[in-house]
Design a protein around this ligand. Structure first.
Ligand SMILES: Cc1ncc(COP(=O)(O)O)c(C=O)c1O
Length: 416
């Protein structure tokens, strides 16, 4: 098809004045409905914990016992002393831990992070909010490339062994945002074992999609805390998780896990900012999920809603772009995203063309530190929220935009 023909197809879509959105990694309304009974688990007569703690009052700084028990399994740590259960967002806990590291340092720090240059390794494409936290605190980000089985470990080992200002790495180990891929055992082993020049190096292990499988075929990721302990680096990981994409994205429960020393450090800091989290919401959740097995059963219902959306997105990519050499994409077994790579130098143009035709995509570049994709190639696709009909329409437009942008690039190269 000529460029003119492709453009006239896009004009036809524009005339429809569509408003479609493939940018937001949030649960659909039907997914949220799956947890509505959660709201009935606490009543005016019945709001105490198993140990008769009054959830309405102050106290319980690191969570109610049954929430710590549930998150012990969720975060795969060995005891409830290795867990702190907080409010509704794991992102808040990540931000909080970094903020306290900046003002006071973490166990093993010679100085607060704020009194020295601090750098973080950022496997990319990655989660924009992780990068925003770094930018917000003036932490220098070093982009590390990602392979099918996780980040480039040769590069990571080299960097952390030479530079003591590298204090951390962001990792989304399972069903990564945006690649949807999971880390191999070898990556977990090397991250746990590697020598770091910084004595207070931390892995920010954001297991946001720990139980978010799309089918019976699950990715398994080796236990990070056990592996770090075996290597004598038990303070290395902070492990994060939440029920944001299990129950309610705006009213879930979040937690952090790690060594007792790390958790005692965090509990010590929390003392100054809280007299206790929302225990009513914690008891709601632990009544709704009496065990981790109940969480797994519940997640199958999410998968029933998510899987067809992923399948539809992938089917249109295959149908429109398969074999053209114009794009590559991941085929995740879980999580919320598909990572889509278009012809180098055209991602921004694809996002702009799609937007003109009424399809909102995550901004090109958002998946890289400082919002700069060196190849201008990566686009994050989020199929969870739109209906199947909307995905059908949106993805045809996206594919058309990819073809137009690629042809424009090819033609401008000829003119040059
Ligand atoms: C990797 C990752 N971590 C954390 C979050 C946010 O989690 P929470 O709602 O617990 O703050 C998201 C949401 O998209 C995410 O993709």
């Amino acid at each position: 098809m000529t460029l003119d023909q492709l453009h006239s197809n896009l004009e036809a879509f524009k005339a429809k004045k569509l408003e479609l959105d493939m940018s937001r990694g949030k649960p659909s309304e039907a997914q949220l409905d799956l947890s509505n009974q959660l709201l009935n688990t606490v009543t005016a007569e019945d709001y105490k914990t198993n140990a008769d703690i009054d959830t309405r009052n102050y106290g319980g700084l690191d969570g109610i016992p049954e929430a710590k028990e549930l998150f012990k399994h969720f975060l795969e740590v060995s005891s409830i002393d290795e867990v702190v259960v907080g409010g509704n967002a794991s992102l808040t806990i990540m931000h909080d831990i970094i903020s306290r590291a900046i003002t006071h340092g973490v166990p093993g720090s010679l100085l607060p992070w704020g009194k020295q240059t601090v750098k973080f390794l950022c496997p990319s494409p990655g989660y924009d909010r992780h990068f925003s936290i770094c930018e917000h605190f003036g932490i220098e980000m070093i982009t590390v490339s990602t392979n099918e089985d996780g980040p480039d470990m040769d590069e990571i080992e080299r960097l952390v062994s030479e530079d003591e200002s590298i204090k951390g790495i962001w990792m989304v180990p399972k069903y990564n945002n945006p690649t949807g891929l999971s880390c191999s055992d070898g990556i977990v082993d090397r991250l746990s074992k590697m020598y770091t020049a910084a004595k207070d190096f931390r892995i920010f292990w954001d297991n946001a999609y720990a139980v978010h499988h799309l089918s019976e075929e699950h990715d398994e990721v080796k236990n990070i805390l056990d592996t770090c302990k075996a290597e004598g680096h038990e303070n290395r990981p902070f492990i994060f998780g939440s029920t944001s994409k299990i129950t309610f994205a705006g009213a879930g429960v979040a937690a952090v896990g790690g060594s007792v020393e790390n958790m005692d450090w965090y509990r010590g800091h929390l003392f100054f900012s809280s007299i206790g989290p929302d225990k009513i919401n914690q008891v709601r959740h632990t009544r709704f999920f009496k065990s981790i097995e109940a969480v797994h059963v519940h997640m199958k219902k999410h998968a029933e809603l998510l899987k067809p959306r992923f399948e539809k997105t992938l089917a249109i990519l295959d149908e429109e772009l398969g074999g053209t050499g114009l794009a590559t994409w991941t085929t995740p077994k879980g999580g919320y995203f598909i990572s889509f790579n278009v012809v180098k130098g055209t991602a921004k143009r694809v996002v702009a063309l799609a937007s003109e035709a009424g399809v909102k995509l995550t901004s090109a570049g958002a998946t890289f530190p400082y919002k700069k994709d060196p190849n201008d190639s990566n686009i994050r696709l989020a199929p969870s929220c739109p209906t199947l009909e909307e995905i059908d329409m949106a993805m045809h437009i996206v594919c058309l935009a990819v073809k137009i942008a690629a042809k424009e690039k090819e033609q401008s190269a000829i003119v040059l």
